[in-house]
Design a protein around this ligand. Structure first.
Ligand code: CTP
Length: 411
């Protein structure tokens, strides 16, 4: 919980940023910069190993706070207890295998491990290590133990590691780490491991239907809501396939398999293929309802009117197809971006769409006037086939994603 200053003005959330001794420590600088710039008060607590990669002066300059690694500096302040006690969130990025082992077993031989023992706020450990270390039974057991205790141990990303190696164990992108930190500050219960091993498919972004080699029919979807759904599901333990049409330039969320598509027909094939093994399918993509009858081989010229270069034909309704093919126990979630009109409000349009589409849950967003599309925040209603209606207040797209996964969990 954010504490109040005497002035009554809300205090800046207090974050302890622990930094472990791995090469990814350099990325902690970007995490720190993003946290301070978005209004957090950050104390950096590196390990001695971290300072072999990044100097204390860098952390002090970026945080505006002193930096110590041991429990014998500033002794009258009792920092080994105070830092953890007064924090709203502790984030450790990168968390090495050694640091995770110490945290799991309650060792406290430096300022960071002491802080982890005294913190009563949410704790987010963001691992970075070689694949062999991440997969070692010792690390698996330590991670499982920490998760059972309510510590959020993030899924690492896959990709380039130190040297020539690639695989699972890469530190997630700083923007994603900050997103998880902010989500936990808003809702400390946002990332339970309730989707462990559950296969899910999420479609995101906007399809593009080509008219010719340079033009297309598209829409304003950025893919951010689908990205948030995928990122939150993966951090809750799901096996996520993210079928992405055109999106803004977003880093692939850690632990997510990304399949890129372009058109509605490509999206349909990819979603159906992945849905065969999925327990949950979430259609957050903005799928074009129509496509050009034909794609011109050459760039259409102003004078080309015959045949009509923009004659359209209907695309299949992927959500309706999914509902028609739904297996026992499979949950299908649709999205409805509505503007409302003179006679009918957004929510009523949503209720009618839920009936028409036959899905298990419909996420209804009001759009237009700068809402929902191409922005960071969202709000809406979750309508379920059993008549349940939950209003989700205005918040980040990760918060809306959390509400969606909570609702799916209940279904
Ligand atoms: N959808 C889909 N295939 C389409 C169009 C939409 O699977 N060809 C899915 C979207 O991903 C979303 C849901 O259907 O989950 C609702 O999309 P929307 O565009 O609001 O619905 P439409 O069926 O196009 O309804 P209308 O045009 O009547 O508002």
């Amino acid at each position: 919980m954010t504490q109040q200053h005497d002035t009554g003005a809300p205090a800046r959330p207090r974050v302890v940023l622990g930094v472990g001794g791995g090469i990814a420590a350099y990325k902690a600088c970007e995490v720190l910069r993003r946290l301070t710039e978005s209004g957090h008060e950050v104390r950096v607590v590196p390990t001695d190993g971290a300072l072999k990669f990044v100097g204390a002066a860098t952390f002090e300059a970026l945080s505006g706070q002193p930096v110590h690694t041991d429990v014998f500096s500033d002794v009258p302040e009792v920092p080994h207890v105070r830092l953890g006690q007064s924090a709203d969130l502790v984030v450790v990025a990168p968390a090495t295998a050694n640091l995770i082992a110490k945290a799991a077993h309650g060792l406290a031989d430096d300022l960071l491990t002491n802080t982890l023992l005294t913190a009563r706020c949410p704790v987010l450990l963001v691992p970075a290590m070689h694949t062999e270390m991440w997969e070692h039974p010792a690390t698996r057991d330590n991670v499982a133990l920490l998760r059972r205790r309510g510590v959020v141990v993030a899924e690492p990303a896959s990709g380039r590691l130190t040297g020539a190696d690639t695989g699972k164990g890469r530190l997630p992108e700083p923007s994603e780490i900050v997103g998880l930190a902010r989500l936990l500050l808003a809702d400390r219960a946002a990332l339970p491991r309730d989707l462990e091993g559950v296969p899910v498919v999420i479609s995101a972004g906007g399809t593009r239907e080509p008219l010719d080699p340079v033009r297309f029919l598209g829409n304003r979807s950025s893919g951010r809501q689908g990205w948030a759904l995928a990122g939150v599901a993966a951090q809750r333990g799901a096996h996520v396939t993210l079928v992405a049409a055109h999106t803004a330039d977003l880093p692939t969320p850690a632990g997510v398999d990304l399949v890129r598509v372009g058109t509605a027909l490509e999206l349909r094939d990819a979603v159906h293929a992945a849905a065969e093994h999925a327990r949950v399918v979430v259609m957050s993509a903005a799928v074009a309802d129509f496509r050009p009858v034909a794609t011109a081989e050459h760039k259409i010229k102003k004078g080309d009117r015959d045949p009509d270069p923009v004659a359209l034909t209907r695309n299949p309704d992927v959500l309706a197809e999914l509902v028609a093919r739904r297996r026992d126990g499979q949950l299908i979630v649709g999205f409805a971006a509505e503007t409302g009109d003179a006679e009918t409000g957004v929510l009523e349009h949503g209720r009618a769409k839920l009936k028409r589409k036959g899905c298990d849950l419909l996420v209804v967003n009001a759009v237009g006037d700068g809402r929902a599309f191409e922005v960071e925040d969202n709000a809406g209603w979750l309508l379920s086939a059993d008549g349940g209606e939950v209003a989700v207040p205005h918040g980040s797209k990760a918060q809306l994603a959390t509400a969606v996964w909570d609702a799916i969990g209940k279904l």
